[in-house]
Design a protein around this ligand. Structure first.
Ligand code: AMP
Length: 517
């Protein structure tokens, strides 16, 4: 089944009901949403000469046209490549090149950067900007019929950075995204056409995923004018759009819960806040529950099995009398209805309850593989199970707690930062001989990035400004370290490998110094 069926169907079933909103204003009803997607699909196929299976990238901030682009791409039988709009131009170029994208849909904020890639990225020949005249022309082209898609046809290439530092495209099929949407109804919420979904977090990631079950049911997708998380704006939108749900990273929830505007908001219109993507501290969760009431649900997933490994439901959050409520609130909850989840040792044998091992998953949500990377696909999906790289343990009730991230991933402000990539960047600075990048626990951001830098022998140590400049020249701003420490040497083991745990321990000890005496 082609997921674009949903928009076409809703266009007939409830033509005049709001489908897309920019803040409190209706951007499109279902009939015009369906017409815009069929029109743009017609332009993609006829005018730009794309054939089913070709890739189309979206490099845009959150805006209603984002969803028009996604569904037009699917309507035409093409594959969407949503790119994190905060990435550096070179990182965007890498993804477009890797996916062999022919067409990119962008917005005025990114039009110069993306436009300049035509001629640099060999596969890229067309860039369309939305909103504006060219998007109006594209969406009003002669409509294409809905392309037939089979369940295993790719729908979305979800670029997730690998430990190797190079982003990999998790190939998500129509089946994967359909299963993910149905699983939302099974484990998180029922959705009705009177509901709304607010896209306060990037549509290219979790928020876009959770948008899908809402579009399936005919709820309205609301894009805040600020393009992000603004408590006063959310309070205003809550008045306008009832039955509202949204997805947010734990750091955003923490911030929102502390804002007076939220306490005074019309929370009767707030249905569910889905949080996940990084650990949530118990104290923060308790404050959030105080402000929002039992409207929080947690999910644990990753791009390779879109947002669907385990969940902690609203009912679990509300069940305060449960003897293990506190432990549960620090866990990631229970396996989702339609996936199998195991915790295994390095030989893929189940470890006993209570013992720590790698979390592996099997089910209809698990990606078809990494785009064009047969070796990494075979390694990650070995034995038919997705190896998440996350380390955790089950308790007697079947509740999963994550203990560590075997991949050394740093999660800061809800964004994933892979140390290796930052290290490789810093090593481009001619004054840097060695570097190790680790995360330091941080109450506001979850973690912040700290770089331990060894200067080239005989050279004077590079300044923090110079190191920052090196990062800004090559990677997105949010990935650069908050602190640089010049050290004489990095701790290494017998094999000469840097022992990052020691650096992390050092940072933790500084935060919580042992008591004197
Ligand atoms: P991504 O593929 O960018 O969505 O990142 C996925 C990774 O984020 C997972 O492999 C986990 O390490 C982490 N993660 C996702 N959800 C949670 C959660 N609820 N609690 C703790 N860590 C999480």
């Amino acid at each position: 089944m082609n997921l674009a069926t949903w928009v076409e169907r809703n266009g007939r079933r409830m033509p005049a009901a709001p489908a897309l909103a920019a803040g409190d204003r209706v951007h499109a009803d279902w009939s015009s949403f369906a017409a815009a997607t069929a029109g743009a699909a017609g332009a993609f196929r006829s005018e730009f000469g794309l054939a089913p299976g070709d890739r189309v990238a979206i490099v845009m901030n959150n805006r209603p046209e984002y969803l028009e682009a996604v569904f037009a791409i699917w309507h035409a039988g093409l594959v969407a490549v949503p790119v994190n709009a905060r990435l550096h131009r070179d990182e965007i170029a890498y993804i477009l090149d890797d996916s062999r994208t022919a067409l990119a849909v962008t917005d005025p904020e990114h039009a110069d950067d993306v436009g300049s890639l035509v001629g640099t990225v060999a596969s890229l020949n067309t860039v369309v900007s939305a909103p504006g005249e060219s998007w109006d022309r594209v969406t009003s082209a002669s409509p294409a019929p809905l392309a037939e898609r089979m369940a295993d046809d790719p729908a979305w290439l979800f670029y997730t950075s690998g430990t190797t530092g190079r982003p990999k495209g998790a190939t998500l099929t129509h089946r994967n995204l359909l299963a993910m949407s149905l699983s939302y109804f099974a484990d998180i919420d029922q959705v009705s056409p009177n509901d709304s979904i607010l896209h306060a977090a990037p549509i290219s990631h979790g928020s876009g995923m959770y948008g899908l079950p809402h579009i399936a049911c005919g709820a309205v997708s609301v894009i805040p004018e600020s393009g992000g998380v603004d408590s006063r704006e959310i309070a205003t939108l809550l008045d306008r759009w009832p039955g509202m749900s949204f997805f947010a990273a734990p750091t955003m929830i923490k911030r929102l819960a502390a804002e007076p505007a939220m306490a005074q908001a019309n929370l009767a219109n707030l249905k569910t806040i889905v949080y996940g993507g990084a650990p949530m501290y118990l104290a923060d969760l308790e404050s959030a529950l105080e402000v929002f009431g039992p409207r929080l649900a947690q999910i644990y997933g990753q791009g390779e099995t879109p947002m669907t490994i385990t969940a902690l439901s609203k009912a679990d959050h509300a069940d305060r009398d449960h003897p293990r409520w506190r432990e549960r609130m620090q866990s990631v909850g229970f396996p989702r209805t339609d996936v199998e989840v195991r915790v295994v040792d390095p030989d893929d044998r189940d470890v006993p309850t209570g013992e720590v091992g790698e979390v592996v998953v099997r089910g209809d949500e698990v990606m078809a593989g990494y785009w064009d990377r047969p070796d990494e696909t075979a390694e990650t999906l070995r034995g038919g199970w997705l190896h998440t790289g996350d380390v955790g343990s089950f308790d007697d009730d079947g509740c999963l707690t994550l203990r560590d991230r075997s991949k050394d991933l740093i999660i800061s402000g809800g964004m994933n930062i892979y140390p290796r990539e930052v290290e490789e960047t810093l090593l481009r600075n001619p004054d840097v001989a060695g570097v190790a990048v680790v995360g330091r626990p941080d109450a506001e951001w979850g973690e912040t990035v700290v770089a331990f830098v060894v200067a080239v022998d005989g050279a004077s140590a590079p300044t923090a400004e110079a190191l920052d400049r090196t990062c800004l020249d090559h990677i997105a701003r949010y990935k650069r370290p908050k602190e640089y420490r010049i050290v004489d040497a990095l701790p290494t083991n017998n094999y000469g490998k840097v022992v990052k745990r020691e650096l992390r321990d050092q940072l933790r000890a500084e935060r919580n110094p042992p008591a004197d005496g």
